[in-house]
Unconditional design. Structure first.
Length: 349
C-alpha cells in the first residue's frame, strides 16, 4: 500500500534546505511512501537538483506561490495567503491526493488553516496538539494539548483525553491506554476547578469502562511513564514542552564543558540519545477531518524526517479512521457551547 504525504517545504526556520533533504532521506528508509513537495517550484527544483534527486520516481512537486512566515498573524495566513505552501499542502489532504500533511510552519497559522480547510470531526469542539515524550520504561508517553488551546473548560480536556487515548491505542497497539490528568498533586482535592471537574468526567468514563483513567499525576510522572497518556491544557502543555527542550539542550551543552565531560558523553552516548528532542519531533493535530502533523520550526533535517515518520505511521495504522470511529462512540453528544473568542496560541511546537 502506497502512502502519500504532502510536505509544506517552505515552512519553518530553514525551508527547503531542511525539508527536502529530510524527504529524500525518508524515502530511502520507506519504500511504501510517496511525497508531494509543496512550495515555490523553482526553489524546490533547485534544491532537488542540488541533492541529485530531481528525477526521483516517488517525489513530485506542487507549486505554491506564497509562504506563511513564522511571525505572520493568523488572519494573514487565512485571508491573504490563499496560495501558501501550508494551505496547498493541507488542501491535498482534503481532496484525497495525500493521506497526511507535514509542516514546520507557524503553529497558530497551521492550526487555523487546517481547521478552516479540513474542519473538525463531529462532536469535537477544538483540535489539540499531541506529541510523544520518552520515559523510563522505554515506551512513549503521549501528551496533549501542547499549545493549541490555552484556555480550556472541563469538556475540552475530556475530549483531549479521548483523542489521546485513541491515538495511543492505534499507534502503540494498547487496548485501553492509561490516562493521567496533569495536576499539582495526586490527591482528588488538589488543582483548580477545571481540573477537578475534568477528573469527575474521566472517572465516570472509567467506571463505565469507556476509558482507562489512572487519576491525577504530577510533572515527574511524565518521564516515569506512570501513564500512557498525559492530559493538560495548552498553556501548561506548551510551557512543559519548552522546559523539557531547554533541559535537553542544557545537558548537551554541559557535556561539552571540558574533555572529561566529552569522554563521559561518549560513554553514555546510547543513553543520552533517549533525551534527544529531535527523535520525538512531530506532533499530531487531533480532531480534524484529516491528518496534519507539526514539526518544530527550528528542526534540522534529522528532526524533520522524524515528523514525516509520525505522519506516515499515523496514515499506515489508519489513525484517522480509528479516531472517527472511537470519537463517535466515546464523545459526549452534548457539550457546552464553545466560548466566543476562543483563541489559538501561536507557539513553536
Amino acid at each position: 500500500m502506497t502512502i502519500k504525504i504532502s510536505i509544506d517545504c517552505m515552512g519553518g526556520d530553514h525551508g527547503p534546505a531542511v525539508t527536502i533533504p529530510a524527504a529524500i532521506s525518508f524515502l530511502k528508509q520507506e519504500a511504501e511512501a510517496e511525497l508531494i513537495l509543496v512550495g515555490r517550484e523553482d526553489e524546490l527544483r533547485a534544491e532537488l537538483k542540488k541533492q541529485h534527486a530531481d528525477s526521483h520516481p516517488r517525489l513530485s512537486v506542487k507549486n505554491a506561490t506564497e509562504v506563511v512566515a513564522m511571525d505572520d498573524p493568523i488572519e494573514v495566513a487565512l485571508r491573504r495567503k490563499k496560495d501558501s505552501s501550508m494551505r496547498v499542502a493541507i488542501e491535498l489532504v482534503k481532496d484525497g491526493s495525500a493521506n497526511a500533511c507535514v509542516s514546520a510552519g507557524n503553529t497558530g497559522a497551521l492550526m487555523a488553516v487546517s481547521r478552516y480547510v479540513l474542519k473538525t470531526m463531529a462532536d469535537v469542539d477544538r483540535p489539540a496538539i499531541c506529541s510523544i515524550l520518552p520515559n523510563e520504561k522505554g515506551k512513549p508517553t503521549y501528551m496533549l494539548d501542547l499549545g493549541a488551546n490555552v484556555d480550556c473548560e472541563p469538556h475540552h480536556l475530556h475530549q483531549f483525553a479521548i483523542m489521546g487515548s485513541v491515538l495511543c491505542s492505534a499507534m502503540e497497539g494498547i487496548g485501553k491506554p492509561t490516562i493521567g490528568l496533569l495536576n499539582v498533586g495526586t490527591e482528588d482535592i488538589k488543582g483548580n476547578e477545571v481540573v477537578k471537574a475534568t477528573a469527575t468526567l474521566l472517572r465516570a468514563d472509567h467506571e463505565r469502562g469507556a476509558l482507562n483513567f489512572y487519576g491525577n499525576i504530577e510533572g515527574n510522572d511524565i518521564f516515569k511513564g506512570t501513564t500512557d497518556v498525559v492530559v493538560c491544557d495548552g498553556f501548561v502543555g506548551n510551557v512543559t514542552l519548552k522546559a523539557i527542550e531547554g533541559l535537553a539542550h542544557f545537558f548537551k551543552s554541559a557535556f561539552r564543558d571540558n574533555l572529561l565531560s566529552m569522554i563521559g558523553a561518549l560513554i553514555a552516548y546510547k543513553s543520552l540519545k533517549k533525551l534527544n528532542p529531535k527523535s520525538y519531533n512531530g506532533a499530531g493535530l487531533l480532531g480534524l477531518k484529516g491528518l496534519v502533523f507539526k514539526s518544530h520550526g527550528g528542526a534540522d533535517a534529522y528532526g524533520f524526517e522524524w515528523a514525516i515518520r509520525r505522519a506516515f505511521d499515523a496514515a499506515k495504522y489508519n489513525v484517522q479512521e480509528q479516531l472517527s470511529t472511537m470519537i463517535a462512540e466515546l464523545m459526549p453528544k452534548s457539550t457546552p457551547a464553545e466560548a466566543p473568542g476562543a483563541t489559538i496560541k501561536q507557539s513553536s511546537v
